[in-house]
Design a protein around this ligand. Structure first.
Ligand SMILES: N[C@@H](CCC(=O)N[C@@H](CS)C(=O)NCC(=O)O)C(=O)O
Length: 202
C-alpha cells in the first residue's frame, strides 16, 4: 500500500494526496512536518526535513512533482500522457509551479501563517501583484487548451490546481482571469480536489 507522509495543509502534500485519489490508489497518509515534527525514521527516508515523502512497495521517494510523475507512470493511465510532446507540454507547467510558489509565498505566509501584528502589508501586496501577473500567463494558456495536461485532465493540472485554490481563497486583489477561473471551477467538481485541496488554509 502507498504511504504518504506529510500534513495536509501543505501545498506539496495536497498534490500527492489528490493524485492518489485521482488514480484510485489505496493509500494512507501520516501527518508529519510542521507542528507534527519529524521522527528519525522519517528523516532517514528524507534528510531534507521536508514533506511529502512516499513509500510504495518499499520504494521511497521525495520531491512532490517527482512523486506525481512516478505515480502517474505507474498508476495514472491516461492521466500521464504517453506522447512525449504532450507530456513535456504539461511538464513545463509542473516546473513553472515552483516559480509561481515563490511569487505567492509572501501573501500566503502573511495572510495565513502570520498574525495581523506580524504582517507586512507592502510585502503582501507585492506578492499578490506578482502572483496575479503570473496567473495572467496561465490564463493565456488556458484560453488555448482546456487543461494544462492537454485535451483531458491529467497530472500537469495538479500542481497549479493546488496553488490556484490558495490564490482564489486569499483576501487579495486579483486581475480578471476568465480562463483560470473556468478551469478552477472544473477542478472544484473533482472529488479528490474537494476532499484534499479545498480545506481551510492554515
Ligand atoms: N520541492 C519540495 C518542497 C517541499 C517543501 O518545501 N515542503 C514544505 C511544505 S509545503 C515543508 O516540508 N515544510 C516544512 C515542514 O512542513 O515542516 C517538494 O516539492 O516536495
Amino acid at each position: 500500500m502507498l504511504t504518504i507522509w506529510g500534513r495536509l495543509n501543505s501545498h506539496n502534500v495536497k498534490k500527492v494526496a489528490w493524485a492518489a485519489i485521482e488514480m484510485d490508489i489505496p493509500h494512507r497518509r501520516i501527518d508529519i512536518g510542521g507542528q507534527f515534527g519529524f521522527t528519525p525514521d522519517c528523516l532517514a527516508m528524507n534528510p531534507n526535513r521536508l514533506i511529502p515523502t512516499i513509500e510504495d512497495d518499499g520504494f521511497v521517494l521525495w520531491e512532490s512533482n517527482a512523486i506525481l510523475r512516478y505515480l502517474g507512470q505507474r498508476y495514472g493511465g491516461s492521466l500521464f500522457p504517453a506522447d512525449p510532446q504532450q507530456r513535456a507540454a504539461g511538464d513545463k507547467w509542473m516546473d513553472w509551479q515552483f516559480s509561481y510558489a515563490e511569487a505567492q509565498r509572501g501573501c500566503f505566509v502573511g495572510l495565513v501563517r502570520q498574525s495581523p501584528d506580524q504582517r507586512d502589508p507592502a510585502a503582501i501586496a507585492r506578492s499578490a501583484a506578482a502572483s496575479g501577473e503570473m496567473m495572467k500567463i496561465l490564463d493565456d494558456e488556458l484560453g488555448r487548451t482546456p487543461w494544462l495536461s492537454g485535451p483531458e485532465f491529467g497530472i500537469a493540472d495538479i500542481p497549479m490546481g493546488v496553488y490556484a485554490h490558495t490564490f482564489f481563497s486569499l483576501a487579495i486583489d486579483r486581475p480578471s482571469l476568465p480562463h483560470v477561473e473556468a478551469w478552477y471551477a472544473k477542478l472544484k467538481e473533482r472529488d479528490g480536489f474537494a476532499s484534499q485541496v479545498m480545506i481551510p488554509l492554515t
